[in-house]
Design a protein around this ligand. Structure first.
Ligand SMILES: [Ca+2]
Length: 41
């Protein structure tokens, strides 16, 4: 794991890797807790 310290925080960069991409959407969605896929069954 490599965590890049973003000084300020980019808009949309939810996982804080310095790049805004699909991965950020996953984190963003997970933070919302809405529309998540429940594995427990
Ligand atoms: Ca990111």
């Amino acid at each position: 794991m490599l965590y890049t310290a973003t000084g300020g925080g980019s808009a949309g960069d939810y996982n804080g890797d310095g790049v805004v991409k699909a991965a950020d959407y996953t984190v963003w969605r997970d933070h919302l807790g809405a529309g998540r896929y429940e594995n427990s069954g």
